[in-house]
Design a protein around this ligand. Structure first.
Ligand SMILES: Nc1ncnc2c1ncn2[C@@H]1O[C@H](COP(=O)(O)OP(=O)(O)OP(=O)(O)O)[C@@H](O)[C@H]1O
Length: 296
């Protein structure tokens, strides 16, 4: 088992950020999806051994997070949400500095390892560039390179694509897929396509609780029949939005195409057609209609 979490609770003074949160992560890229403030970063910081918690049990590769944090640290790489570097340093100097922090011994092997990390993220050719000359996407890639130092078995990546343009985002997802071989990657985000294009399994978190964990396909199958689409006129939109939960509105030459969540009866009255749900639809469905944990 990669990560085993049971009944994890974390309070910030009176605010409960994680509430009896349980999760099992085995291998490959696992997505953690939740709205802003759901508790993703709190969970990531706890798993990265940077933040203590109030109650619960956490094991990473069989090591107890409270009792054996050193063992866990030696197996993990972490890319925090707000990550920056010293602007005057070159990429090489930056990784050399992180290698010091990780306790990697100076010498030929360390040099080779820095090269390997830069190569993994396609930055070896830029090793002598200064940080201040990098684009946002290159900085994120360098963030992954520092997390890869020491060849960790577990990589924790918190909101890695926020602020990237669509091309950089696609390149970043491909990078994650490339480096996922032989390690567990826990990817946290509120950007649904990041998860649907990289992960087989997902956990959906809302207000510190785990709503769903499991295969994305199973979740989508369970939401089948709840997403509908109808073509209508703009003048009917207000009335429609009072009856159903609208997911999207696309303007067409003949009017508007509205996709919404509904039960069969209402959809039949509206003469709507069923639509195959996307992960985004399933996420909205769970967020709106589920009181407790959802079993697909
Ligand atoms: N240091 C702190 N002190 C008090 N409250 C905090 C602290 N850090 C986070 N919180 C609160 O805990 C909740 C969970 O925050 P967290 O950053 O874990 O969420 P998140 O899912 O990562 O959100 P985002 O996507 O916006 O980063 C939020 O309500 C947040 O305001």
């Amino acid at each position: 088992m990669g990560i085993r979490i049971r009944s994890l609770t974390k309070n910030y003074r009176r605010h409960r950020a994680l509430n009896r949160f349980s999760l099992d992560v085995q291998d490959g890229i696992f997505g953690l999806l939740g709205n802003n403030g759901a508790g993703k970063s709190t969970l990531m910081k706890i798993l990265a051994t940077l933040l203590d918690y109030d109650e619960g049990e956490v094991e990473i590769f069989g090591y107890d997070l409270r009792k054996e944090p050193e063992e866990i640290r030696s197996l993990l790489g972490y890319l925090p949400q707000d990550f920056d570097f010293f602007p005057q340093l070159t990429l090489w100097e930056t990784l050399d500095y992180f290698a010091d922090l990780k306790g990697l011994e100076k010498g030929r092997r360390r040099k080779e390892e820095i090269e390997w990390c830069l190569e993994q993220v396609d930055l070896l050719g830029h090793a002598r560039k200064r940080i201040k000359e990098l684009s946002g996407g290159m900085k994120r890639r360098l963030g992954i390179a520092q997390a890869l130092l020491g060849d960790p078995k577990l990589l924790i990546v918190d909101e890695p694509t926020a602020g990237l343009d669509p091309n950089q985002r696609i390149a970043f997802r491909n990078l994650l897929n490339r480096i996922s071989q032989g390690r567990v990657i826990l990817l946290s985000t509120h950007i649904v396509p990041d998860i649907s294009s990289t992960c087989e399994q997902v956990a959906i978190i809302r207000r510190g609780e785990c709503l769903y964990q499991g295969y994305i396909d199973t979740l989508l199958e369970s939401v089948e029949g709840k997403v509908w689409s109808v073509q209508t006129g703009m003048q009917h939109l207000d009335e429609l939005s009072r009856q159903v939960h609208i997911l999207s509105i696309v303007r067409k030459r003949e009017g508007i195409q509205v996709t919404f969540l509904s039960d069969d009866e209402k959809a039949a009255v509206l003469q709507a057609e069923p639509v195959s749900p996307s992960l985004e639809d399933a996420f909205v469905y769970l967020d709106h209609y589920c009181k407790g944990a959802y079993h697909a």
